[in-house]
Write a protein that binds this ligand. Structure first.
Ligand code: GTP
Ligand code: MG
Length: 206
C-alpha cells in the first residue's frame, strides 16, 4: 500500500471524543519505549508525525492519525512504565482499557514487543486480555536492527515457544520490524491493506 497522506487529527483521553467517522483503525500498544510512535513515523515515511523520545512515558494520550483519508493509525501510551506515578498509571490504564472496550472502529491491535527481550508477563497478560475480549491482534517485533539478521529467527522461535506454553494454541500473525532501517514496512502495510479492502466492501456497522 502506498501512503499518500498522513495527518495528525487529535489527541485525547476520552474515547467518546475520538473521531466518529466509521473508518477502520489500527492501534499500537505495548510497553513504554518499545517503539510505537517510531513505528508510526516509519510506516508513514515521516520524521516527526508521532512524538518519540528515548525516555519512556512520552505518549500520554490517544492519538489519531488519518492515513490516505480513509483509515486511522492510533498511537497509545505505553503500559508498564514504573516511573509514572500510581495515579497517572491508573488514569492511563482506565482510558486504554476503555479504548479497547468501546472503540468500535478498532479492527486490529498491534502488540509491540522488543525483539531483544524474552516474553514479559505484562505483554502476555495484555494479549490474554485482548483474546478474552475478542479483539483481533498481531504481534510486531521491534528494534530488529539491534540484534542483527542472523539472530532474528531464533529469538522469534523462542518467543513463540513461550507464547504457546500459555493459553495460545497458535502464534498470532507477526511481523519483524525496525524503524531504523524500515524492515517490515511493506509487510505491515500490506496486512493492513488486506483488512481495509474487506472493510471497504462491507463497511463497519457504526
Ligand atoms: P512511549 O510513548 O513512551 O510509550 O514509547 P514508544 O513505544 O512510543 O517508543 P518511541 O517510539 O518513542 O521510541 C523509544 C526509543 O526507542 C526512541 O529512542 C527511539 O529512537 C528508539 N527506537 C524505536 N524504534 C526503534 C528501532 O526500530 N530501532 C532502534 N535502534 N531504535 C528504536
Ligand atoms: Mg510513544
Amino acid at each position: 500500500m502506498k501512503i499518500n497522506t498522513a495527518a495528525f487529527v487529535m489527541s485525547n483521553s476520552e474515547v467518546s471524543k475520538c473521531p466518529n467517522e466509521p473508518l477502520p483503525e489500527y492501534a499500537f500498544i505495548g510497553r513504554s519505549n518499545v517503539g510505537k510512535s517510531s513505528l508510526i513515523n516509519m510506516l508513514t515515511n515521516s520524521k516527526s508525525l508521532a512524538k518519540t523520545s528515548s525516555r519512556p512515558g512520552k505518549t500520554q494520550l490517544i492519538n489519531h492519525f488519518k492515513i490516505n483519508s480513509n483509515w486511522f493509525l492510533v498511537d497509545l501510551p505505553g503500559y508498564g512504565y514504573a516511573k509514572v506515578s500510581k495515579k497517572t498509571k491508573g488514569v492511563f490504564q482506565k482510558f486504554i482499557t476503555e479504548y479497547f472496550e468501546k472503540r468500535r472502529q478498532l479492527v486490529s491491535a498491534f502488540v509491540l514487543i522488543d525483539i531483544r527481550h524474552e516474553a514479559q508477563k505484562i505483554d502476555l497478560e495484555f494479549m490474554e486480555y485482548l483474546g478474552e475480549s475478542g479483539i483481533p491482534f498481531a504481534i510486531i517485533f521491534t528494534k530488529a536492527d539491534k540484534v542483527g539478521k542472523t539472530k532474528v529467527p531464533q529469538l522469534v522461535a523462542d518467543y513463540k515457544k513461550q507464547l504457546l506454553s500459555g493459553i495460545w494454541e497458535e502464534m498470532p500473525p507477526y511481523f519483524i520490524t525496525s524503524s531504523e532501517d524500515k524492515t517490515g514496512r511493506d509487510e505491515v502495510l500490506n496486512y493492513i491493506d488486506t483488512i481495509n479492502q474487506d472493510i471497504f466492501k462491507n463497511p463497519l456497522p457504526i
